[in-house]
Design a protein around this ligand. Sequence first.
Ligand SMILES: C[S@@+](CC[C@H](N)C(=O)[O-])C[C@H]1O[C@@H](n2cnc3c(N)ncnc32)[C@H](O)[C@@H]1O
Length: 292
Amino acid sequence: MCHSSDFRLVSMWSRTIRHALLRPGDPPAWLNRHPPDVEEETMTVDRKRSVVFGEAVEEYEAARPGYPDRLVTEVLEYAPDGPVLEVGAGTGKATAGFAAHGVDLTCVEPDPRMAAALTRRCPQAKVEIGIFEDYVPDKAFALLYSAQAWHWVDRDRRWDLAHAALAPSGAVAVFWNLYGVTDPDLRAALAAVDRRYGVTTSSLHLDHSDRAEVVEHELADDPRFTDLDYRHYAHADRYSAGRYLDLVRSISAYRILDAESRERLLREIGALLGDEVDMTLTTDLFLGRRAD
Ligand SMILES: C[S@@+](CC[C@H](N)C(=O)[O-])C[C@H]1O[C@@H](n2cnc3c(N)ncnc32)[C@H](O)[C@@H]1O
């Protein structure tokens, strides 16, 4: 089944789309305009915000969801065989799934605290500490993927860098999780708290993102990439109030608040939550491959 707003997203991608996998249990239509894990909505890179994750490694580990096994399998099926590069690997939430397939994996991660957690989780991966913009590949990769991190790479250079890192016909896969409180009334109440604290962009609760559009335009308009594809995965989950608050703590829009304001905001959010929160988690995946 394809909701009308899903169709809008899919049709944007339709020039070269092969198929969009919309499964039973797809998110409610509002979720497509409500991607709450938008660390920065406009996908311009905010350096201060891009380095705050390591301050909250434990919350990040505890609260952020991983990625569907099916996504990992489908990305590896799409890509040719060969070495794999991950950009912005963080603590390894996506890395673990790819490493389980025994691929030759190199991870680029600038935050040493995130990188330490990554090495503990995936000792078999080679970890390069630094930003992707400074990384000099020592081989041509069959696949470059980036989970929840591509928007942190310099927008003017990221596709050049991806192209340069890939072997001919090499694949690129960029994907993002979106986590939404399923109850619209609760979500609206949480958004009102955010607004009062000035968290008006990249909030966990506000309705807006142009991430899909930005990726669509950048990749679809770049003749160096072909065979483009969009896939969508969704499932429901239930978070304890504590895990939900850790999720808030792990998001850069809240991390950049001063500590006192953040704690007050967290108390207000906590007061609105019951013991548990129903969540709708979705993942959007964009695929392409080097045309030459
Ligand atoms: C939201 S986290 C995602 C981490 C992990 N991929 C995941 O899915 O949980 C974004 C990651 O991108 C990293 N990052 C920020 N700027 C980067 C850059 N320019 N190049 C590579 N990684 C970057 C951050 O340190 C952080 O670990």
